[in-house]
Design a binder for this molecule. Structure first.
Ligand code: SAM
Length: 247
């Protein structure tokens, strides 16, 4: 059987594509890409011409069978996404799960991932963190998700789109006011920026400078301080006891 290579591609700066990634993309029989038009630019830049097929959230289930056939026939395949590491808030999980179940070889070709790049330069603790991916699109669900994370004492990391960044900062300001928060914007690109402050301060900065509200974002929030954490738990236990006594 062939091998599936899960290949990380740049998140902005094309020079971040590894030599090994370029070599693998130049050798495989096929490339499965989230958006073939987008990725053909990258392959063109590398001078690589290879048959491509799309694999995105709407056709992944159907593509799994097709790609499994190519691999069964001995073809090597590379999986790439529009940016960064496939499967990290990107398609590919169904395919990799199926190939693992079939005991087919799956080889990672590591490289850029926005959450790791953001954490590596933010100045927040990185010994433990919780990657929350994209928060739910609906405001109510988004708030609820943040509320369930309020007491977590590890660094929280989220991906966010420019359409929702202001609203997410506002909700963060309500649910976790005063938390040290870092926004990593346009990583590895010309207008890469790190902004830090409380969610309310960051919201102000974005409001006052429309340019800062554009582009791609990683939001990082310091975890709940342990002392406050246990205090809160005690309060919760106290409130529970009160409620039980009242019953
Ligand atoms: N697979 C990608 C990775 O490895 O990071 C993530 C794909 S996800 C669909 C896209 C989101 O990742 C963006 O909305 C943004 O939150 C984050 N992202 C991607 N590139 C970024 C960059 N250059 N700067 C900041 N955030 C970025």
């Amino acid at each position: 059987t062939g091998t599936l290579y899960v290949v990380a591609t740049p998140i902005g700066n094309l020079d971040d594509l590894s030599a090994r990634a370029a070599q693998v993309l130049g050798q495989v029989a096929r490339v499965a890409a989230e958006d073939t038009r987008h990725s053909s630019r990258l392959l063109g830049h590398l001078g690589i011409s290879v048959p491509m097929l799309s694999l995105h959230e709407h056709n992944e289930a159907a593509r799994v069978a097709q790609l499994t056939q190519y691999l069964a026939a001995g073809e090597d395949v590379a999986l790439i996404s529009d940016a960064g590491t496939p499967l990290i808030s990107d398609p590919g999980f169904l395919l990799v799960r199926e190939l693992r179940a079939l005991d087919y070889p799956v080889v990672p070709i590591p490289g850029p991932a926005a959450l790791i790049a953001a954490l590596s330069a933010a100045g927040l603790p990185t010994d433990r963190f919780r990657f929350g991916g994209f928060l739910p699109a609906r405001p109510g669900a988004r708030r609820q998700t943040l509320e369930t994370l309020r007491e977590r004492d590890e660094t929280l990391v989220f991906y966010e789109s420019p359409h929702r960044i202001a609203h997410t900062l506002a909700t963060l300001g309500e649910v976790m006011p005063g938390r040290h928060t870092v926004l990593a914007r346009e990583l590895t690109k010309t207008f890469e920026t790190f902004l830090s402050g409380t969610p309310a301060e960051l919201g102000e900065q974005l409001k006052n400078d429309a340019n800062q509200a554009r582009g791609e974002f990683v939001i990082m929030v310091e975890g709940a301080p342990p002392a406050v954490d246990s205090e809160r738990r005690e309060m919760t236990a106290g409130a529970l006891l009160e409620a039980l006594l009242a019953e």
